[in-house]
Design a protein around this ligand. Structure first.
Ligand code: PMV
Length: 325
């Protein structure tokens, strides 16, 4: 049994975060500059069935049975085993690494789950299809996020721009003209679960106001999809600005995000918004490719702790390591 490695990209939400939890559409894109990787290797010296799990970034080096059953890594391993109908695992070592910042809205948890489900199922000789991989990652997302919409596991599994509505078949978005995004990190770790729970509280207290915000976000997201599919990139900028304003009203922005968004716009970005759960984490700015360095510099000067420049194209799966079925 050879070692098997699989990688999965990070992601950002381009439009529609939070509203997507309430059945509205959202657009997400993969970000391959950062990746999670899982390697499963045989461990012939270990006793039969012994599974070692290593995740150096979180100081984890333990046997599978010592992990709580609700640990996201254990959930993924156990679901792969259950989905394949396997009675026991061969002795092996699972090593998980990631360059995706944690709790920053870049999908680190889902990417680890997707990479692990792919590597483990391939190691067992039965690589799982994308829909099964995504469903397993969704279960692990519930532990990270509480009541996730499912957008993270979907965009990361398929590694293509997606238009996502919870409970509906996934729609891939055709990107007629590629465009450049600068992703700026506030450096503030902000668990999505908390922001999602706060929006829930607001919605319970004032449902008609929150529903009206979700409806407005829906209009922006639908218009953005059309603009992407028709190659009207400059129209996306004002739509991002509007989405950011609506997210402020939802209560999920913060002064650091607003500051970075403003800095990007002042440096010539066509539009900018927070991305993901908010309250910290990342913001994104749309710019002409020639302006990406200028916008990056302005974001750094305004306090961004990490910058990723990414080009959004139709399919960006080529540079991802994937075990072949
Ligand atoms: O993982 P994040 O921080 O990008 O957040 C996901 C987006 C939310 O809409 C806030 C939550 C969800 O489950 O869709």
């Amino acid at each position: 049994m050879p070692s098997i490695t699989a990688a999965a990209p990070g992601k950002i939400i381009l439009f529609g975060e939070h509203a997507v939890v309430y059945g509205r559409p959202a657009i997400a894109i993969p970000v391959t500059q950062v990746q999670a990787r899982a390697t499963v290797s045989p461990n012939p010296r270990a006793s039969p069935g012994a599974v070692r799990i290593q995740a150096p970034a979180i100081g984890l080096d333990t046997n599978l049975e010592a992990l709580s059953e609700s640990h996201p890594l254990a959930v993924v391993v156990n679901l792969v085993v259950a989905t394949l109908g396997i009675s026991h695992l061969p002795a092996c070592t699972i090593r998980v690494t990631s360059t995706i910042p944690v709790a920053a809205g870049l999908g680190s948890g889902a990417a680890v789950s997707v990479a692990l489900a792919r590597a483990l199922s391939a190691f067992l000789g039965r690589p799982l299809p994308d829909d099964k991989v995504s469903a397993i990652a969704y279960e692990a997302e519930k532990i990270h996020h509480g009541s996730p919409s499912g957008i993270d596991n979907t965009v990361i599994t398929y590694a293509r721009p997606v238009y996502f509505v919870k409970g509906y078949p996934i729609e891939m978005i055709g990107v007629k003209q590629s465009f450049t995004l600068v992703i700026g990190d506030t450096g503030i770790a902000s668990p999505t679960k908390v922001a999602v729970a706060d929006v829930r509280q607001g919605w319970i207290a004032n449902p008609s106001y929150f529903e009206s915000l979700f409806d407005a976000i829906t209009q922006v997201t639908q218009a953005a999809r059309q603009a992407i599919e028709e190659g009207r990139i400059k129209d996306l900028g004002p739509l991002m600005d509007t989405n950011h304003e609506l997210l402020i009203r939802l209560g999920v922005s913060c002064s650091e995000l607003d500051h970075l968004v403003q800095a990007a716009r002042s440096a010539g970005a066509l539009g900018a918004k927070l991305s993901g759960g908010g309250r910290g984490g990342n913001m994104i700015a749309l710019c002409h490719s020639g302006d990406a360095m200028k916008v990056s510099k302005a974001l750094k000067a305004a306090g961004a702790t990490r910058i990723i420049i990414t080009e959004v194209r139709e399919a960006i799966t080529q540079n991802l390591e994937r075990p072949r079925p």
